[in-house]
Design a protein around this ligand. Structure first.
Ligand SMILES: [Mn+2]
Length: 260
């Protein structure tokens, strides 16, 4: 379907992280434009409470304008929802000229099939998250949520976020081994998705554990590439990080966006 593509995920863009946004804008000017397609595998934004709420935000307008410029330069943009920006809707997608991808989706790039997913659906060791996901991703609940006043939506979203951050920090301190397991994909869920899709090359983000894995289970083997999350704003506590996967007829390779 495309001769080349570059994939990114988990940028968690927000006005309070300007250096990360700056690196993203640079990426759009440079790395993105040398590929036929740009594929965003979710969590482009830190949170999203509805297109209407973002309509007045200069930051989100700026992101939309820059995405649109890339699309107009000839690089097609695809967007898959993540667990934080799953409410990003038609209106914003149109404005930024992005086409939605279902999760999961098999896409042909450089004459090979690639299985694309955000990744949260594979984290089946965290059963309470999977339950939460089922509820918030239901059409009915989403419709109700979007009917609430914007300020209330922001309040609900940020309290959900701070609750989960607090829970995570507590667990990280007292039961790090549990977090290690719960925050990662499971072999079973991955194998099931590979079997269902019939595609043995998988790319996802979400876990913030960039890497490459060769795995197998029950006579099936596959390869799995994991994208990095991005953070260029906290050099005193977090080493700057961010990568992209570039697929061309020459193969797949990781682009380190910190050094380049
Ligand atoms: Mn995520």
């Amino acid at each position: 379907m495309h001769a080349s593509a570059v994939l990114i995920s988990d940028l968690h863009l927000t006005p309070s992280m300007p250096r990360t946004a700056e690196r993203f804008f640079e990426f759009l000017e440079k790395e993105a434009r040398t590929h036929e397609a740009l594929i965003i595998l979710g969590d482009l934004f830190e949170f999203w409470v509805g297109d209407d709420a973002k309509a007045r935000s200069p930051f989100h307008q700026e992101v939309a304008t820059k995405l649109k410029a890339v699309s107009q330069s000839g690089t097609k943009i695809y967007f898959m929802h993540g667990n934080r920006d799953f409410l990003l809707g038609e209106q914003y997608a149109q404005k930024s000229q992005m086409e939605f991808l279902r999760d999961p989706q098999v896409m042909n790039i450089a004459n090979q099939d690639w299985l694309l997913t955000h990744g949260d659906v594979l984290c089946t060791a965290d059963s309470s998250y999977q339950q939460f996901r089922k509820v918030v991703r239901s059409q009915f609940v989403q419709k109700l949520f979007l009917m609430l006043p914007t300020l209330l939506r922001i309040k609900i979203a940020s309290s959900l976020r701070s609750n989960s951050t607090a829970k995570y920090q507590r667990a990280q301190k007292f039961t790090p081994e549990v977090i290690q397991v719960k925050g990662d994909v499971t072999l079973n869920a991955t194998a099931a998705l590979v079997a269902m899709s019939g595609c043995q090359q998988m790319i996802h983000g979400h876990t913030h554990r960039p890497g490459y894995h060769q795995e197998s289970l029950g006579g099936q083997s596959w390869q799995r590439w994991v994208l990095s999350d991005w953070d260029f704003d906290h050099p005193e506590t977090v080493l700057p990080k961010g990568n992209a996967l570039s697929i061309t007829t020459e193969g797949i390779r990781s682009l380190d966006l910190v050094r380049s």
